[in-house]
Design a protein around this ligand. Structure first.
Ligand code: FPP
Length: 249
């Protein structure tokens, strides 16, 4: 039986988030420039997106570029931005064919005009697709997102639209840039690093975490299916005890 066939379709995570890490090391291991690793990582993006669509997952979020990545060498930033533009140009047709809706989270105003326009065009083009939602986190950091939500809540309170006493966890979730997207059930990080690197810190409060040594450019559909199978063997308690979960079934 293939790994995919072993997956229980009645126990799928609704939202899987991925920290795609290890492009640079993968390239260096091959004696190539880091940018070659990023280019090769696009194949893994395609594989994982297809795998998520094949399983019928509702949301797949990929950490494509962090706020901190703006501090990388100019040459690498430009290469990543141009890779985004070429990928969006090349893959929007595939998104349409697979009924995938593209979304984005992050401080998108910070993106070069050309990247922003291309991204918005793909988002608009796929807006009516009803299958998997592919969410790209670009120029994203969780602390930025939380601070931005705090700013918006404070502004609404000053304006009198909300009362300070009404501020609670649900409201903060709604004011986040990712407000309309449910929290991830499952977070995957590649490349053997055990960190969450400022990614969806608020939203992963109860997510299951999965770390693999595989470097991102080597990550294929079967690696994704293997991770989903691992998820299905976990018991999610959300702070409760096992016996309580049993009684709810
Ligand atoms: C981390 O590897 C990866 C990134 C910073 C960028 C990920 C981007 C892509 C896979 C390509 C474009 C994306 C899309 C959505 C088309 P790293 O550079 O931190 O690797 P290292 O830890 O080995 O140095």
């Amino acid at each position: 039986m293939t790994l995919k066939d072993q997956i229980d379709r009645n126990n799928l995570p609704s939202h899987v988030a991925v920290i795609m890490d290890g492009n640079g090391r993968w390239a260096r291991q091959k004696g190539k420039h880091r940018i070659f690793g990023h280019k090769s990582g696009v194949t893994s993006v395609r594989e994982v997106t297809e795998a998520a669509a094949e399983l019928g997952l509702r949301y797949l979020t990929l950490y494509a570029f962090s706020t901190e990545n703006w501090n990388r060498p100019k040459e690498e930033i430009e290469a990543l931005m141009s890779l985004l533009v070429t990928s969006l140009s090349g893959e929007t047709k595939t998104l349409m064919e697979n009924n995938i809706r593209l979304m984005a989270i992050g401080d998108l105003q910070n993106l070069p005009g050309k990247v922003y326009k291309k991204l918005q065009a793909s988002i608009d083009k796929t807006a009516d697709n009803t299958g998997t939602r592919l969410v790209l986190a670009i120029s994203y950091s969780s602390r930025w997102e939380i601070a931005d939500a705090a700013k918006k809540i404070a502004a609404a309170a000053v304006k009198g639209d909300i009362k300070v006493d009404d501020i609670n966890t649900e409201m903060l979730s709604e004011y986040l840039n990712s407000g309309k997207i449910p929290d991830p059930d499952f977070l995957i990080r590649t490349s053997g690093e055990y960190r969450v690197s400022n990614f969806l810190l608020w939203q992963i409060a109860y997510s299951e975490l999965y770390f693999t040594d595989t470097l991102w450019p080597d990550f294929r559909k079967d690696d994704f299916f293997k991770a989903i199978l691992d998820y299905q063997h976990r018991e999610r308690r959300f702070g409760k005890i096992s016996e309580q979960l049993g009684s709810e079934k």
